[in-house]
Structures are given as structure tokens and as C-alpha cells.
Design a protein around this ligand. Structure first.
Ligand code: NDP
Length: 483
């Protein structure tokens, strides 16, 4: 097995409790750390409850608003609002412009999901063919209650097969139009919403009645909060169907490049050519998506998999928010085909690729550092570290290290910086006449800044004074010298 050497000894079971998993951590560290309580919030105040209610109600409407604004108001976000304000349009008028759920949506989405489930269960071949790719059975994180997770990684293969079939259809088989996604995007939005909510409802029912790991469920006492933020940590069907791994990567991220290709095909159909702005969006997004799947095993250690519980936020977010909102730049370019000057297009490519380099290099440094327990070289020298400790849910004290060298010595989240540079490059392809294509960078900035605060709060709960030592040495979060 290609991953075996990297992951050390693999357990024959998927979930293996290392510490019994059911023990209650009563040990309290003397610097404010709370043993095992470094997942999501355990108690919910009124503000927290109001926030999740707002999230639950406004975000689906927002996606619909963006879609209708683009398809009926030339991608102007202000025109519908001004028409509401001036009394020229009622909510019912707006509603009438909203797409319908059609049978076509079922014909596209159901086979797509079924196909992704099929691909999810296929044995991974990429690990055998591509020497530095980590696929197959991979060791994930240890959950707060001490359970070791194992995963079946084959996302790259699923992406390659899905995209190859798309090209084979577009250029050879002609089973369906390459613009099929664009042409049915509105009606598919309804069905994706239904799926996102059904998965979230199922997740909370499962957490209550038949959780995969009861020890890792968190019940806050507020059912709405639990529904949105998630209750179960790593829900699964059987041994291998992991909700987080599947919904996080497939079908949304796998579809991302196909959605962009469908937009490019629509541009070609409408205008007889594909603009360089559309090509840049397709290229930069494709790099991001391939990188995601190439490093799928690595993503097992990111916050989404490592710390977030599986609820509406992930279920709906993965099925609706990501495919519809992350691809807005391409949608905009269908309605506004921007042709960029060569120097401007080249500058955007350089900005995007540089961002990607920083994003990947930062993530790789931490990965390498953690995999070698600090016994490695960062930028050609032995890394500077902070030795630290934390308490797991079982009260056991464990050792860890924080990296002070390389990108992690410049700012505490240079990976976010690189991510934002790529996002900005994609948005700038839309020119300067509309705010619409800039939604992605605005959203990513809010998301990553919020994520940065959440992560740092969690790290300070986990590492206590050791985290304070780190932040006093590396003082800035995302923009060196500024923030
Ligand atoms: P990170 O990969 O930055 O991981 C944060 C964790 O790293 C911390 O919780 C801590 O975990 C550990 N850590 C922090 N500082 C150090 C240090 N100095 N040395 C060693 N370990 C450290 O965060 P994310 O999981 O949020 O992001 C992963 C990637 O995903 C990023 O590149 C991000 O840009 C991208 N991303 C993209 C999103 C999108 O929608 N496009 C959304 C979110 C993320 P520990 O407990 O192990 O110490």
C-alpha cells in the first residue's frame, strides 16, 4: 500500500479507541486550559443562538438573491434592492423570477451523487501510479475522546475520472450539452438545498439515536445550535463512508471545475470564443481543486475534519454554498465576457500562482514539521520550535511543538494569506464595473479572518501559556507587519 509507509502501522479497524474513549477528563490544567474541550463551543449563549438562526435563514436567501441578480439584473446586486426600495418591485415579483425545481435537476444531480458515491468506494489507483501521492487507507486525527480515525482516500482519482468523462462527452460522445450545468443551474439550486438540509437533519437524528462515536458527540442543550454547528464529530455509514470526507470533497469540490467548464462552454456558445478572463478563472480554480485532491490525506488534519462537528453548516455549505458561491466569477463572466489586456491577464496569473505557492509551501512546512516531529530542515536550517503540551479528553498530558521558522515565523497564518491572494486574482478577472465577482474575496476574507480567530482561540485553550509565548514571538496573523 502506498500510504502504509508514511502512516506507520495501520489498524485493522477504522475506529480504534486509544484511551477507552469514554473516560471523562476531569484534569484541569493550571493555566486555564480545558482538557478535551477544544472542539466547538460546548455552551451556547443567546448571541450564539441568534447567530446560528441568522446563518440558517439568511444564507440560503443570499444564494438565491445572487443567482436571480445575475440571471435577471445583469449581475447587479444593487438593482433589485433599489427596486424594492423604490417600490418598483415586490417580494412576489422577485420570487417570480426565481428558478423552478425541474425534473432535469433530478436527472443531473441524482446520477452525479450516485456516481460520486460509486467513485468514493473504488480502490485507489493513483497511489500506485503517482509516486508522491498519498492515497488509499490513511490515518487521520485522534478525536478529543482519543479515537484514532482512518480514511479511504481516493479523491484525486474521482476528480480525474469525473473530469475525463466530462471532456470525453464534450468532444466525443455528446451524451449531453457541455453547458448543461449552466442551463440548469437555477433548478439544481433547489435540489441541492433539499439535499443539504436532508443530510443535516439525518446527521442530528443519527447523533441522537445511533452515533458512530457517542463519546465525541457534543450536545449544547440548544437543538438549533446543535443542528447548525453539528453534534456528531465524525458521522459514518458503516466502516468507510465518512460524511465529512465525502461531502467536503465530493460532490461539491469535484464539481467545481465542471461548473467552471460549463460556464466556459456557455461563453463559447454565446459569443463564439472563450475570454482570457474565463480561462484564468478556470486555470486558477483548477489548480486549487487539484491541489485539494492531491493533498486530500493532508486535509484530514485541517480544522474542517479535525475540529468541526458535522451539522448543517458543513452539510448545506458543502452541497450549496461552495458550488454556487465559489463559482460566481465564472457565472459573472458568462453575462459579462471581459477580455483582459495581456499585461493585466499576466499579472493576475502571477498573483494567483504566487498566492498558490505561498499557500502550498506554508501548509507543506507544517505538514513536514509535524510528520517528522520537528526533526527536519525548514528553509535549509533546523527549525526553531516552542515545545508545548496539552491535555486530551482523558486527562492525559501530551506533547507537541509549534513551528517558529519558515512561513510560520513570518505570520501565524501565511497559508490564509496565499489563499486570499489566489481568491483576489480570480475576482480581479471580472474588471471593475460590478461588485458581484468580488463576492468571493470579500467572503474569503471574512471566513479566513474568522477562522483565524476561532483557531487561535482553540489553540490558546489547548496550549495555554505556550500559545501565548508563540504569539508574542510571531505577532501578526495574516499580513506580516500589519495584521
Ligand atoms: P491550518 O492548516 O493553518 O491549521 C491550524 C492548526 O495548525 C492549529 O489549530 C494548530 O493545530 C496548528 N498550528 C498552528 N500554528 C502552528 C505552528 N506554528 N506550528 C505547528 N502547528 C501549528 O488551518 P486550517 O485547517 O484552517 O487551513 C488549512 C488550509 O485550508 C489553509 O491553507 C486554508 O487557507 C485552507 N482553507 C480553505 C478554505 C476555503 O474555503 N477555500 C476554508 C478553510 C481553509 P494543532 O492542534 O495541531 O496544534
Amino acid at each position: 500500500m502506498p500510504n502504509r509507509a508514511r502512516n506507520g502501522t495501520l489498524s485493522s479497524t477504522v475506529l480504534q479507541s486509544q484511551n477507552g474513549g469514554e473516560k471523562n477528563g476531569d484534569v484541569k490544567a493550571d493555566d486555564g486550559r480545558q482538557p478535551g474541550k477544544w472542539g466547538r463551543a460546548w455552551e451556547v449563549d443567546l448571541l450564539g443562538a441568534v447567530c446560528v438562526l441568522l446563518l440558517l435563514t439568511t444564507t440560503p436567501l443570499m444564494v438565491l438573491y445572487f443567482f436571480v441578480a445575475c440571471s435577471h439584473f445583469e449581475c447587479s446586486l444593487s438593482t433589485p434592492l433599489l427596486q424594492f426600495y423604490n417600490g418598483k418591485m415586490t417580494v412576489m415579483d422577485f420570487w417570480e423570477k426565481a428558478p423552478f425545481l425541474t425534473i432535469n435537476a433530478f436527472k443531473i444531480i441524482i446520477p452525479w451523487y450516485a456516481f460520486q458515491v460509486f467513485l468514493y468506494y473504488l480502490p485507489d489507483a493513483c497511489g500506485y501510479i503517482l509516486p508522491s501521492y498519498r492515497g488509499g487507507r490513511c490515518r487521520g486525527t485522534i478525536t478529543p475522546s482519543g479515537i484514532q480515525m482512518f480514511y479511504h482516500i481516493n479523491g484525486l482519482q474521482a476528480w480525474i475520472i469525473s473530469n475525463t468523462l466530462w471532456f470525453a462527452n464534450a468532444f466525443y460522445f455528446h451524451w449531453f450539452s457541455p453547458t448543461i450545468i449552466f442551463d440548469n443551474w437555477g433548478s439544481m439550486l433547489w435540489l441541492a438545498n433539499i439535499i443539504g438540509n436532508v443530510v443535516a437533519i439525518y446527521a442530528i437524528v443519527k447523533a441522537w439515536f445511533f452515533p458512530t462515536s457517542a463519546a465525541d458527540c457534543v450536545f449544547s442543550g440548544n437543538i438549533l445550535y446543535d443542528y447548525v454547528m453539528g453534534t456528531e464529530f465524525n458521522p459514518r455509514f458503516g466502516k468507510w463512508f465518512d460524511f465529512k470526507l465525502f461531502f467536503n470533497g465530493r460532490p461539491g469540490i469535484c464539481a467545481w471545475t465542471l461548473i467552471n467548464l460549463s460556464y466556459a462552454a456557455k461563453q463559447y456558445e454565446l459569443y463564439g470564443h472563450v475570454t482570457n478572463s474565463m480561462m484564468i478563472v478556470n486555470i486558477l480554480h483548477a489548480i486549487y481543486v487539484v491541489d485539494f485532491f492531491w493533498n486530500e490525506a493532508w486535509y484530514l488534519n485541517t480544522i474542517d475534519i479535525h475540529h468541526d462537528h458535522f451539522g448543517w453548516m458543513l452539510a448545506w455549505g458543502d452541497n450549496v454554498w461552495l458550488p454556487w458561491m465559489y463559482t460566481l466569477q465564472g457565472l459573472y463572466l458568462v453575462y459579462h465576457p471581459v477580455e483582459l489586456s495581456v499585461w493585466y491577464a499576466s499579472s493576475l496569473l502571477v498573483l494567483g500562482l504566487l498566492g498558490y505557492y505561498i499557500f502550498r509551501a506554508t501548509n507543506c512546512q507544517k505538514d513536514h514539521f509535524r510528520n517528522t516531529s520537528g526533526d527536519c530542515k525548514i528553509w535549509g536550517a533546523k527549525p526553531k520550535v516552542i515545545e508545548c503540551s496539552y491535555y486530551a479528553a482523558d486527562g492525559e498530558k501530551r506533547q507537541s511543538k509549534l513551528l517558529l521558522s519558515g512561513w510560520w515565523g513570518i505570520a501565524r497564518h501565511m497559508n490564509y494569506t496565499g489563499d486570499l491572494m489566489q481568491a483576489l486574482a480570480c475576482c480581479l478577472t471580472g474588471g471593475f464595473t460590478h461588485i458581484f465577482p468580488y463576492f468571493y474575496i470579500i467572503y474569503m476574507t471574512i471566513l479566513l479572518v474568522n477562522r483565524c480567530y476561532r483557531d487561535e482561540h482553540r489553540c490558546s485553550m489547548k496550549y495555554g501559556l505556550d500559545w501565548k509565548r508563540y504569539t508574542s514571538i510571531v505577532q501578526h496573523r495574516i499580513i506580516p507587519g500589519i495584521f
